[in-house]
Design a protein. Structure first.
Length: 45
């Protein structure tokens, strides 16, 4: 199953201001997920 991560802007909705902390957290999560995906791809190659 694919994990869908909403960016803070998607979560907040159109008009809301996006705080920097949640943006940082979002980027960290995406980077972590990419790493995990890459590891898995290499392992099962």
């Amino acid at each position: 199953p694919e994990v869908i991560i909403l960016s803070p802007s998607e979560r907040a909705g159109a008009g809301d201001e996006i705080d920097r902390d949640s943006m940082k957290q979002y980027k960290k999560t995406v980077v972590t997920n990419l790493r995990v995906t890459n590891d898995a791809a290499l392992r099962f190659d």
